[in-house]
Ligand binder design. Structure first.
Ligand SMILES: O=C(O)CCC(=O)C(=O)O
Ligand SMILES: [Fe+2]
Length: 284
């Protein structure tokens, strides 16, 4: 990955994103010429299922690149299977139930390169967002800190442990767990003199899954979210881009719809009110 980003721009542009496809080398969510871009370049690839790989975007320099990514993908999938088992046990649900939702372990990879910026406080490396995933395995590739999470309205730096993954709970896990695990809002800042690199592997439910709180967790009828097809969730999630907090807000917007539906079915009025407050911040 380090070798890939070191190459001249022209070489990297061989793998440029094309309209209508989120894979390849470029920038995330570019929707307008006037948009202020994040201070980062990235290479995004679909890794699993393996027949969805689009090899046009897979660099073959350095020569070991494709092979390394392939192995990384299998190992990440194994780690995530283990984590899903532990999470199921922690929630008191059958591990097989959770694993079935992630069957085949659809996975994509985003490698991000943040160049240094002398006026680092005037730019943002990666805008605030939540991951629209089940779980994300995030690796800070070099020893430059940059990840922050928003807690109680404040941004808090997360220090990566050497050689360890940072595991993010994504939006889907928040819904499946009926809110037990919160999908955390995060962003990346840049360093004034040093470049930074990270690699995130996003794990999604299988494409024909329905996402909603696991039935074992709503036995008492307290479902915080109603269910929807994962592909519908994804479509709505991607519709709102280019806003400073686009992804978090998009997620809240989708949740809002889910919670309103739940409310219509006579559940959780208090939670619905909370989400209505969030909705006021969103212009859609
Ligand atoms: O670079 C980082 O530390 C964060 C990356 C991230 O949040 C993402 O790729 O979704
Ligand atoms: Fe993220």
């Amino acid at each position: 990955m380090i070798e890939f980003f070191k190459q001249p721009l022209e070489a990297k542009k061989t793998y440029s994103m094309v309209p209508g496809n989120l894979q390849g080398y470029g920038q995330l969510f570019v929707v307008s010429e006037d948009q202020k871009l994040d201070w980062a370049d990235m290479l995004s690839l679909v890794l699993r299922p393996s027949d969805s790989r689009d090899m046009r975007f897979w660099p073959n320099t350095p020569a070991s690149f494709r092979d390394s990514i392939d192995r990384y993908s299998s190992e990440a999938a194994k780690v995530v299977s283990c984590l899903l088992r532990f999470l199921a046990m922690d929630m008191g649900v059958q591990p097989e139930l959770l694993l079935e939702i992630f069957r085949g372990q659809p996975q994509n990879l985003r490698m991000t390169y943040y160049p240094p910026c002398r006026q680092a406080d005037k730019v943002v490396g990666l805008s605030p967002h939540t991951d629209g995933t089940g779980l994300t395995l995030l690796l800070q590739v070099n020893d430059v800190q940059g990840l922050q999470i928003r807690k109680d309205g404040k941004w808090i730096a997360v220090n990566a442990l050497d050689g360890a993954f940072i595991v993010n709970c994504g939006d889907i896990l928040e819904i499946l767990s009926n809110g037990k695990y919160r999908s955390i809002e995060h962003r990346a800042v840049v360093h004034p003199t040093r470049e930074r690199m990270s690699a995130a592997v996003f794990h999604h439910p299988r494409h024909d899954a329905t996402v909603g709180p696991l039935s074992e967790l709503v036995r008492d009828g307290r479902s915080r979210y109603s269910s929807m097809a994962f592909m519908d969730f994804r479509k709505r999630f991607r519709r709102v881009v280019g806003h400073p907090h686009a992804q978090r807000l998009a997620f809240e917007y989708v949740l809002e719809r889910l919670w309103l539906n739940a409310h219509v079915h006579g559940q959780e009025p208090q939670q619905t009110r909370y989400r209505l407050c969030c909705l006021r911040r969103v212009t859609i």
